[in-house]
Structure formats: C-alpha cells, structure tokens
Design a protein around this ligand. Structure first.
Ligand SMILES: C[S@@+](CC[C@H](N)C(=O)[O-])C[C@H]1O[C@@H](n2cnc3c(N)ncnc32)[C@H](O)[C@@H]1O
Length: 270
C-alpha cells in the first residue's frame, strides 16, 4: 500500500476529515487531498507529527516493517501473553513511592502486551501506554477489558514519539536499547521536560558488559547502552535507585544472560 492510501485509512480510523488533519498539521487541506490521491507525498519533516496524530509510526506510514517489529508482532500474535501477566517489580515501587491518592498520570513506553500498564490502571493510576506493535496494543486492550479497567493504549515508535502532555510517572522496561545513541539526548530531555514536579522515572535498560554472553538474540537495530549511561541523564534529578544486575533469559528459546541498569529518579524543582 502506498503512503497516500495508508494516510487515508489511518485518518478515517482516527475519525478525522482531511480538513481536520490539515488543521492539526497547520497545512492546507488540499495538501492532504493530494497525498491521498497519490499526487504528492508529505514532506519528510512532517512524518513524525503525522504519525503521532494518526496514532501510528513513521515506519508504518511508509510501509516499512523492521525485523524487530516483525519478530515482536509474531510473538504477540501467539495465544497467551509472551511476557506473562505478572507485573514488573517496579510497579510495586511506583505504588510505594507515589500511591494514587490523587490522580497520578503514568506513561508506559514500549508496553508490550500491556501487563504493567493494566496492573497500574487496576490500582487506580491514569495510564497511557504505547508500543510499536499492533498485536501488543490489541492484547493490552483485551487484557484491560478483561480486568474491567481502562488504559489509553496507542501505537507509537519511541524514536519519533515526543510527549505533548505531562506525566507523573514515566515507566520503561526493556525498550531503550531500540533507541540509537544519537537520538538519546533529545528523547531523554523531552521525557524529563514532560514530567511533573516530584514525578518519577522508573526505567531499566539493557547494557553491554564484556563478560556477559548475550546470546544470539542480540542483532542489528539493538543498541545496548554503556554501563552507567542512563544515570548520566539524571544528574539534575534525585536518584533513588541505581543498580546493575545480570539475569538469565530464555526469550527466543535459547538460554542466555543479560545485564541491565535499573533506575528510579525523581524530578526535584526548587
Ligand atoms: C523486551 S520487550 C518489553 C515489553 C514490556 N515493556 C515488558 O517489560 O514486558 C520490548 C518491547 O519494546 C517494543 N519496541 C521495540 N522497538 C520499539 C520502538 N521503536 N518504539 C516502541 N516500542 C518498541 C517491542 O514491541 C516490545 O514490546
């Protein structure tokens, strides 16, 4: 499918007219009409905003499916929940440090099939969550419905996504290694900026250690971080937890090990 057809399909699914989409992008509706007729293509620098408005990714707009995306889509298309439905232990840390006694807005980045987002929503948090996969998002919505709760699930690519509102908690587990090093300063800055006073970032990231045999799963498009690199973005926040651990993994059916840096940091404003 070409980009014009993809835009038309996503625009209609988002309940937008050509004029409505054009207004959001600050362009003429004739431009949108031309894209959809195949008479012109959108400018490259419009693609990230276009993807965000249409609830999709730049890759999906241009019809590209990376091996990583195909791999996760296939995992999530299987029956059952690939990562299970037990919440990450960081969810309990969030509950302990910021109980939802007042509205607490959470963003879960790279939420997979939504187990952590749904767990937090069930416990009273206002949760938004995104992943690059359609199948993960669908599974997340199904899980939320089954649990009688609501999560604002949407599809996005962390490489393009920049928050447009503020959150109290930003949670991200096992995803930042999909962000190439050159994009990290801008993305981390944007996430920090869109965090409320005393807000928390609870994150872990795969890191490279020369003595950890990472297995065959580590391939192109995965950019493991340097040990300690995550913490360097938070020198102006209060770091409550800074840890590094090695653990066994059987993902993909081949036993191997990973090393992760784990962090909980709080935005303190004078
Ligand atoms: C190791 S899984 C972790 C899933 C979930 N956070 C958890 O802990 O169960 C990595 C997730 O990152 C998602 N992902 C990969 N690249 C992404 C990208 N560029 N933007 C958003 N999500 C991405 C994958 O689809 C997958 O769900």
């Amino acid at each position: 499918m070409d980009i014009g057809n993809i835009i038309a399909k996503k625009r209609k699914a988002a309940g937008l007219t050509q004029k409505g989409l054009a207004e959001k992008l600050n362009i003429s509706f004739q431009a949108v009409s031309k894209w959809e007729q195949g008479a012109a293509n959108p400018e490259i620098d419009l693609l990230p905003s276009l993807a965000q408005i249409l609830g999709t990714t730049v890759d999906a707009l241009v019809g590209y499916r990376s091996p990583i995306l195909a791999d996760y889509e296939a995992r999530y298309e299987e029956d059952g929940y690939y990562w299970g439905i037990e919440p990450n232990r960081f969810c309990y840390e969030i509950m302990r440090r910021m109980p939802p006694v007042k509205p607490v807005r959470v963003l879960d980045i790279g939420c997979g099939e939504g187990k952590d987002a749904v767990f937090l929503a069930r416990n009273g948090y206002q949760v938004s969550a995104f992943d690059i996969t359609d199948s993960g998002i669908e599974k997340g919505k199904m899980l939320a419905e089954k649990c009688g709760t609501y999560v604002d699930f949407f599809k996005a690519d962390i490489r393009d996504f920049r928050p447009t509102k503020n959150y109290d908690v930003i949670f991200c587990s096992g995803v930042f290694h999909f962000v190439p090093p050159d994009l990290r300063p801008e993305i981390m800055e944007s996430l920090k900026k869109h965090t409320n006073k005393n807000g928390l970032h609870t994150m872990n990231v795969f890191i490279h250690k020369p003595f950890v045999e990472e297995g065959a799963g580590k391939d192109k498009e995965r950019y493991y971080w340097k040990s300690g690199e995550m913490f360097t973005y938070y020198t102006d926040w209060l770091i409550h937890k800074m840890d590094e651990e090695i653990f066994d993994c059987n993902s993909g059916g081949i036993p191997h090990k990973h090393c992760m840096d784990l962090m909980i940091a709080e935005k303190i404003i004078h």
